[in-house]
Design a protein around this ligand. Structure first.
Ligand code: AMP
Length: 398
């Protein structure tokens, strides 16, 4: 994908010296009950871009949302809690202001960092208001988008401002775009997908787009039950969206037309209660009865998935293959993820994962670090995989 990269703004010596860069980051980090940051992945993801701009002599103005404050100031959702962690990560001073203003910018020295209060303290942000974007833009010279996880929203500070100012992808955004386009736009084939998770209803667009693009698609997790039901299998008391039977059949029909091979479970692990270490059995599809709930794929299915991985050059993964939070129903997710990690390490597979519970599932399997790339984004990753246009990416296209 051809998009404007930060390097294009920083490469000419002194081009950004004393200039103001508005940088959209994602500081929407998870916190513990005492307010401390429980996972600083998103914070750390912003550091390389901030440092690159500091080095280029820019005045760095950071914009981020935090939580859902309903369009008005809410002290519980102030971004001031980020400042100490940011100071530590940058090993530099950071100022904080409720509002962007001309006097504030004019007193900043090149390389200084200023964080602005939660962009969602006004409803204009989520409305994608042009006036708000223009107000932000008039204080700056360039816009740097480094919040891929917010790129699917047409908000004032993450997309609209980039229509006004020259807009560049930050370094974290650049990595996301390069890796995701590597697997979806111009991949080494055969390309394989693994889609799991609870429900078909939340992933209909995703499945429709993937069958048109991939060579092999594994459908696992609770959503596979709906497909098995549609094919006439008894799924007992398993999670299933029976009203989506026709949708499931249509997806299977399209897959055939598009020559995308679908892999569904051929054997399963069932239990009569949805609980960790519940009494369980592994069985063929014909042996699922009355109160049985399918909570994981069986070992034969895992073998089929691993064989398919052997034949693939590119893998894209979203969602767990079973109820992975509960042992032993994490087994197929863990085994398949470990195998993908092994093939990736051996240089045989390009593996990219993201969205929702996927990162947690791969971390649980100890496989996340070996994947070629694991996206930090949830909704934005899914929307990209669904083939949708992301406003925060469109502004960067050449
Ligand atoms: P999602 O957010 O759609 O990716 O769904 C993830 C959730 O799906 C996880 O909490 C899993 O426990 C759940 N899940 C996966 N497989 C099953 C299954 N066979 N039955 C019920 N829940 C499942």
């Amino acid at each position: 994908m051809d998009f404007r990269r930060l390097e294009e703004a920083t490469k000419k010596k002194n081009a950004l010296k004393g200039k103001t860069a508005l940088v959209r980051v994602d500081f929407n980090v998870p916190r513990n009950k005492d307010g401390s940051i429980s996972d600083d992945t998103r914070l750390m993801a912003a550091i390389p871009t901030i440092k690159a701009l500091q080095k280029a002599g820019a005045k760095v103005v950071l914009l981020s949302h935090y939580g859902r404050p309903k369009g008005k100031p809410d002290p519980k959702m102030s971004l001031d809690f980020i400042v100490p962690a940011l100071v530590e990560a940058l090993d530099d001073e950071v100022s904080f202001s409720e509002k962007l203003s001309e006097p504030l910018i004019s007193t900043m020295e090149p390389g200084e960092v200023l964080l602005i209060e939660n962009t969602r303290f006004t409803e204009l942000e989520t409305q994608g208001d042009r006036g708000m974007a223009e107000y932000l833009a008039k204080h700056a010279d360039i816009f740097v988008m480094d919040a891929f996880s917010a790129a699917h929203r047409n908000h004032a500070s993450s997309a609209v401002v980039g229509e006004i100012l020259p807009a560049y992808a930050g370094l974290t955004m650049e990595r996301e775009l390069d890796h995701i386009s590597q697997v979806l736009d111009n991949p080494k084939s055969p390309v394989m997908g693994v889609v799991g998770g609870a429900k078909v209803s939340s992933k209909i667009d995703l499945l429709k787009n993937l069958v048109a693009k991939l060579d092999i698609l594994v459908i696992g997790g609770g959503m596979a039950n709906t497909f098995l039901f549609a094919q006439g299998h008894n799924i007992g008391s398993s999670l299933c969206e029976k009203d989506l039977k026709d949708t499931a059949l249509e997806i299977l029909k399209n897959a055939k037309k598009e020559k995308c091979k679908i892999i569904l479970p051929v054997d399963v692990v069932t239990a009569k209660e949805f609980a960790a270490n519940a009494k369980h059995k592994q069985c063929g599809l014909d042996d699922v009865k009355g109160k049985d709930m399918i909570l994981d794929c069986g070992t034969e299915t895992v073998d089929v998935i691993m064989d398919a991985m052997d034949s693939a050059k590119t893998l894209i993964w979203n969602g767990p293959l079973g109820a992975f939070e509960m042992s032993p129903f994490d087994t197929s997710t863990v085994e398949a993820a470990k195998y993908a990690a092994k093939l990736t390490k051996a240089g045989k597979l390009i593996s990219v994962a993201g969205g929702g519970d996927t990162v947690a599932a791969l971390k649980h399997a100890g496989a996340a670090d070996a994947f070629t790339f694991v996206s930090t984004a949830g909704g934005a990753f899914l929307e990209w995989m669904e083939g949708k246009t992301l406003p925060g990416v469109e502004i960067l296209r050449k």
